[in-house]
Write a protein that binds this ligand. Structure first.
Ligand SMILES: Nc1ncnc2c1ncn2[C@@H]1O[C@H](COP(=O)(O)OP(=O)(O)OP(=O)(O)O)[C@@H](O)[C@H]1O
Length: 247
């Protein structure tokens, strides 16, 4: 279990507790500035709370050796950047840095990640020549190449077209079904409703809902948190959000 226990960070998180379980796809949703990215970074051990704890299997995350943490937790930041004009393959191979598993094993993991993100044809291209969505897929492939047990991704769907969004969600869903933990910060509430096992809703640095998607994203929560009048339409697994015009 990966757990945030009553974590505080001035102006960002005001006593947030959340348990992330393996074998689940967890969505973190909320309006702009609600604290989603801060919570995700804290769960990845990259932001230290001023108060409270982040625990992995009941051990403080901060006490884990960096290399073990890097192998265990795969983190995709909201605005990933690349300092050098690497090829896509080299960028993805950076995901293998925490390992010393040998060239063949690294090459296999990189090839799998490139294939999963449908990047094989772009593998030798410099990243400076990629479109925004292609670059987003390359960054995610870097995380997947590390084969982390816990995947923490901040808005991985941003910039992806519908086909790539759907195939990425299906892949992450498969990883969760296979026992990995997948945590996604998402603004697309319909995607969260249709793909997540569980949704944590943050508002003003607090958890206001933490439940199955149809409960956590019920109409009254949407009204209270997002200030929208909306209702869910369609069948489970294919829900769409109908927004009513505000008058
Ligand atoms: N490094 C920082 N120092 C101080 N305040 C910060 C810092 N980063 C974020 N904040 C503030 O903390 C609050 C939460 O930010 P955070 O990025 O976690 O929100 P978010 O829910 O991910 O938002 P968005 O949907 O816009 O990406 C915001 O008010 C933001 O301005």
């Amino acid at each position: 279990m990966l757990e945030a226990r009553d974590i505080h960070l001035a102006g960002r998180l005001a006593g947030v507790s959340a348990c992330i379980a393996p074998g689940q796809l967890t969505a973190i949703c909320g309006p702009n500035g609600a604290g989603k990215s801060t919570l995700l970074a804290a769960l990845a051990g990259l932001v230290a709370p001023q108060d409270g704890k982040v625990l992995l299997h009941d051990q403080p995350l901060a006490a884990l050796p960096r290399q073990v943490r890097a192998r265990t937790l795969g983190y995709l930041p909201q605005q990933a950047s690349v300092a050098w004009d690497l090829s896509v393959r080299t960028l993805v191979a950076l995901g293998r840095l925490p390992y010393a598993s040998g060239a063949a094993e690294d090459a296999r993991a990189v090839a799998t990640a490139l294939s999963t993100m449908m990047l094989e044809e772009l593998a030798e291209r410099p990243v400076s020549t990629l479109s925004g969505g292609e670059l987003a897929r390359a960054h995610l492939a870097r995380v997947l190449a590390g084969e982390p047990r816990w995947i923490l991704a901040d808005e991985p769907l941003a910039g992806l077209d519908l086909a790539h969004q759907t195939s990425l969600l299906a892949h992450l869903r498969d990883l969760a079904d296979g026992g990995q933990a997948v945590v996604l910060v998402m603004h697309d509430l319909a995607a969260a409703m249709n793909w997540a096992d569980r949704v944590i809703v943050l508002h003003c640095g607090r958890v206001v809902a933490d439940d199955a998607p149809d409960v956590a994203l019920a109409g009254d929560v949407l009204a209270a948190v997002w200030q929208v009048k909306a209702e869910w339409m369609g069948q489970p697994g294919a829900r769409a959000l109908g927004l009513r015009r505000q008058t």
